[in-house]
Structures are given as structure tokens and as C-alpha cells.
Ligand binder design. Sequence first.
Ligand code: CU
Ligand code: ZN
Length: 190
Amino acid sequence: MLPSLRLRPRRRRSRRDRTLVNKTLFLLSAAALLAGCQMFRAEGPQATAELRPTKGNSATGTATFTQFGDKVRVHAVVTGLKPGLEHGFHVHEVGDCSSGDGMSTKGHFNPYGKPHAHAGTAERHAGDLPSLKAGKDGRAKVDVMTVAAGPASVVGRGLIVHAQPDDYRTQPTGNAGARLACAVIRRVAN
Ligand code: CU
Ligand code: ZN
């Protein structure tokens, strides 16, 4: 306390003063709680990919990749798939669809030199996603996996929808057949 304040006799705090203090404390803790919630909900960087059909095909759609802590959520909506069929779905190494058949994206994105496998296993290509399951409306939604800023970042990579299901075994492709749709994954400002 400052010496000047000590010169005056100490006055008991009025009830009104104490109520004000309590209200201030309450408001402060409410603000801290809100800030905490926002931190919990905060989304990290986002990327998006506009899937365009390759030559002679009609599959089209959008995929978004959103960072949540050390995980990435992938949400894909693809139309023009055959009802009831599964389609292999991967991030590929190169963000280049110029060849027209998807082959210019090269192989599965594999920064850590792993084998091809199911997205639910630890030892797999970073780019291995669960197959898209076409509903009768030709849509598929995938909530998964893999990608972050750094060596395994998907930004600038390719995204491919295949004609066939991924068998999650055949190396290094999953034997998912031709490439129906192709995209370059781009960072979204957020
Ligand atoms: Cu692929
Ligand atoms: Zn793979």
C-alpha cells in the first residue's frame, strides 16, 4: 500500500463496494470460461480440394481438410459415383492434374516411406484415406485423419477418387483402378 493511503483512517468496505468486487470477480471468471471454450473449439488451418472429373468420367466434388490439434478432419462430398460402389480415395504426391487422367499426381503421398494400408492403421501412407462409399445420391463423407502443417502437410498435394475399391493390401496402390476425379489441395485463409 502507498504511504499516503495509510494516513487516512481505515474505513470498512461498504456492502455496495463488496458487491461490486464480487460482480467483477464473477465477470472475470465468466470471461475466462468463454476464452477456455473458444480455445477448445478453435480450428486450425484448413485446406480445400475441388475434385474435377478426369477425361471420360463424371465424378466431381469437394473435400475439406481441417486441422484439430494433431488430427485432421477430412470431409468429402462427391457426386457422380456409382450407387452402392466403393471408390479408393487418396492424397497423392503431386498437386498436378494436367495429364487429364490423374496420373500426373503420381503415387500416394508417403512422406515417411510406409507401406500402403487402411487409414485406421498406424503404418500406412500419410495419404491413405478410407474409400468413399457412394450412397444412392453419390455422396460420401469421411471424417478422419492424417494431415498437418509440416512434412506431412497435404497442402499442394493431389487428391484422387478411383474407379474401384481400395483393397488396403496391394502395394503400393491398393489396386483401386483408374482415376475418376482429380484435385489440387489448397490452403484456405482462416
Ligand atoms: Cu489413389
Ligand atoms: Zn496408399
